[in-house]
Design a protein around this ligand. Structure first.
Ligand code: SF4
Length: 328
């Protein structure tokens, strides 16, 4: 039977937004023949979005390196010798200059990332001033600062923060192979604080870290079963950085990456799915397939925190070739 013809209430094509995805259902989507999966993802994508536009975000590292956490993929952890130097929090003026330049290059959202386990209150004062300044430029604001308390989340909201990024990274079962310094529960708690403060949630994960397909199923099933789907779902391909424990990890088949994007699109049809880290190593063809699978956001600019990203010219060329425009 073609899934596309299935009009039952549990069909992915049914109009209702579901938050009760079972792992069996998510696994069945991953197992679909590729043409069926792509058709389903593209059909849902078109119900909710213009398929020829992509949202463009820029990510700036406002506080680089020296992080006490042990995330096995991350070159900013102080535990790994990756050549990333610990720096202080950037000055407000410098951040605003970067935001202006991102806006001129076509970005609609400006994300600020800090390599902290959690922000100290005095750091948060500075970040709130940055959020206010970026917002005043007419950009959407996003931050990723580690774990947040409920009070910190409310302070960020009051300063004008639109989105907070905090990824689940992987499945609950695989999580402790990647991070031991904070739990899955800690992450879910921060997401609750962000949601309760009225900030949009940006939450996704990383694939290609040595996890199984079942872990990718578990990650998507967890995200799609949150009481509210994250408004933004970044799906990252691991960037294997020398010096991190995952440097020697085997490269994930790009088609499996495309499948992960498609399943995210189908299970969270109204969310913006972001093709995030790992694009530097991706062929144009793979990126084009990701857009067909329902990815509709990218990070723009030559660097993603500390890892390389395609330059703006390369992105513009690809978007021109595909006839894709920036989402306004
Ligand atoms: S991912 Fe974030 S929390 Fe983890 S080590 Fe890197 S900067 Fe620290």
């Amino acid at each position: 039977m073609s899934l596309a013809a299935d009009a039952s209430p549990r069909s992915p094509l049914a109009a209702t937004l579901r938050h009760d995805w079972t792992r069996d259902e998510v696994r069945a989507l991953f197992d679909l023949p590729f043409p069926e999966l792509m058709f389903l993802a593209q059909s849902l994508h078109r119900q909710h979005f213009d398929p020829a536009t992509v949202q463009i975000s820029t990510l700036l590292s406002i506080k680089t390196g020296g992080c006490p956490e042990d995330c096995a993929y991350c070159p900013q952890s102080a535990r790994y010798d990756t050549g990333v130097r610990a720096e202080k929090l950037m000055a407000l003026d410098a951040v605003l200059a970067e935001a202006r330049s991102a806006k001129n290059a076509g970005a609609s959202r400006f994300c600020m990332g800090a390599a902290w386990r959690e922000p100290k209150d005095r750091d948060l004062d500075n970040v709130c001033a940055m959020v206010e300044g970026v917002k005043a430029l007419g950009l959407e604001t996003c931050a990723t600062l580690g774990m947040l308390t409920a009070v910190q989340a409310r302070r960020l909201k009051a300063s004008g923060l639109d989105y907070y990024n905090h990824n689940l990274d992987t499945s609950p079962e695989f999580y402790d192979k990647i991070i031991t310094t904070r739990t899955y529960e800690d992450r879910l708690e921060t997401l609750d604080h962000v949601r309760e403060a009225g900030i949009h949630v940006c939450c996704g994960g990383i694939v290609g870290m040595g996890e199984t397909r079942e872990d990718r199923v578990g990650m998507i099933a967890t995200l799609a079963s949150l009481p509210e789907h994250p408004e933004s779902v970044p799906i990252n391909m691991l960037v294997r950085v020398a010096g991190t424990p995952l440097a020697g990890e085997q490269k994930l088949d790009p088609l499996e990456f495309v499948r992960t994007i498609a399943v995210a699109r189908i299970t969270m049809p109204r969310s913006v799915v972001r093709l995030s880290a790992g694009r530097e190593d991706m062929s144009e063809e793979t990126q084009a397939l990701c857009f067909l699978a329902g990815a509709n956001s990218i990070f723009y600019g030559p660097k993603l925190l500390t890892t390389p990203n395609p330059g703006r010219d390369r992105d513009r060329e690809l978007m021109d070739k595909l006839g894709i425009l920036p989402m306004t």
